[in-house]
Design a protein around this ligand. Structure first.
Ligand code: NAD
Length: 323
């Protein structure tokens, strides 16, 4: 089993790589090679099988062709210019999110083998402009360039699968919280910052009303589901290869209440509140209430308890406070 993770140096990519290293198998077969590709070569991980790191710009068709000229059984496409950055820089978003996805699909079309492709789409493919809750068959009506680029990728993945060029499955990730490390350029980044920073002794800014809801999932459950999604029988999905991953709906107020319960009221003093209309507009356009019939039928996992998500972060990813 040879696996390629494009975007393998990112948050989800690194977590997924570690989980695959722990498991040692995918789709019932021993993993023999895991390749991590990203715009800057990702750092290596320990595994009982070969792990290689590659510099790859997915927007460079020649480079993608060269990478795909090797045989990959499963390709995870996690590379993206994320939401706020794609909104601020339209060309950068189109380049990676649209042309990059197209490059990958085209490179796979030229292959005799039919790789399984797991594509990370987003809840940003949907909007609040249609009746809620969102179902798997609700029309995608994105209200950001990032969401539009993700939705285009979903359509292409579907058609390339229908044509038999790939065996694709596109999953709309909820906002993944708590993200370790530093804030990123996603409009959703603060959902992690307001938990992570106070726990690590640093200040955080909440740019939205505490009534704001979010559809979120933990890194642990997201990665587990990405593994399961690679293992399902693609043909069983029929003609609709894209669906939403399970998440939980929670308000910022409930997230902060859980933080207080886990870490004490003092940490809440590190969270300041100042509304940012740009972030607020993007986040308000994302649906926070989804029904996940397809994922539920497939037996995918779901977070139920935000306090557990905080405790998991403290146990696995929390960095010591600066001296
Ligand atoms: N984390 C979330 O909350 C969330 C929610 C919904 C969807 N997603 C999607 O899941 C995927 C993984 O998310 P993440 O949180 O790990 O994001 P991330 O930003 O941490 O990782 C994405 C990676 O893609 C790489 N990349 C960007 N442009 C590239 C290019 N031209 N060529 C090659 N690599 C490039 C980046 O360097 C980065 O390492 C993304 O596609 C994202 O859109 C994430």
């Amino acid at each position: 089993m040879r696996i390629l993770i494009i975007g393998g140096g990112g948050f989800v990519g690194r977590k997924l790589a570690s989980r695959l290293a722990e498991r040692g198998t995918l789709r019932g077969t021993d993993i023999t090679h895991l390749a991590l590709a990203d715009i800057a070569a990702p750092s290596a991980i320990d595994a009982a099988f070969a792990v290689t790191a590659h510099t790859l710009d997915i927007a460079d068709r020649g480079a993608v062709d060269a990478m795909i000229s090797e045989d990959w059984d499963v390709i995870y496409h996690l590379a993206a210019v994320v939401s706020a950055e794609a909104e601020a820089d339209f060309v950068a978003g189109m380049r990676t999110n649209f042309f990059g996805t197209f490059n990958l699909l085209e490179a796979c079309r030229d292959r005799v083998e039919t790789p399984v492709i797991v594509y990370a789409s987003s809840v940003a493919s949907y909007s609040t402009d249609v009746p809620q809750p969102i179902r798997d068959w609700t029309a995608t009506t994105p209200q950001t360039s990032y969401g539009t680029q993700k939705a285009i990728g979903e359509l292409l993945l579907n058609d390339y699968s229908r044509r038999g060029f790939i065996d694709g499955r596109g999953v709309r990730l909820p906002t993944v919280v708590v993200r370790p490390g530093k804030p990123n350029a996603a409009a959703s980044s603060f959902f992690s910052s307001i938990i992570r920073e106070p726990l690590q002794g640093d200040p955080a800014m909440c740019p939205v009303s505490t009534d704001q809801e979010v559809w979120l999932a933990s890194p642990r459950v997201t990665v587990e589901n990405l593994v399961k999604v690679a293992e399902i029988d693609g043909a069983a999905l029929g003609g609709i290869r894209n669906f939403s991953l399970p998440g939980m709906t929670i308000t910022v107020a409930a997230m902060l209440a859980a933080l207080e319960k886990v870490a004490g009221e003092n940490v809440l003093g590190l969270v300041d509140h100042e509304r940012d209309p740009t972030i607020e507009k993007i986040v308000q356009g994302w649906s926070s209430r989804l029904e996940t019939d397809v994922a539920d039928t497939l037996g995918l996992d779901r977070d139920e308890d935000f306090e557990r998500i905080i405790r998991d972060f403290m146990a696995t990813d929390m960095e010591p406070a600066d001296p």
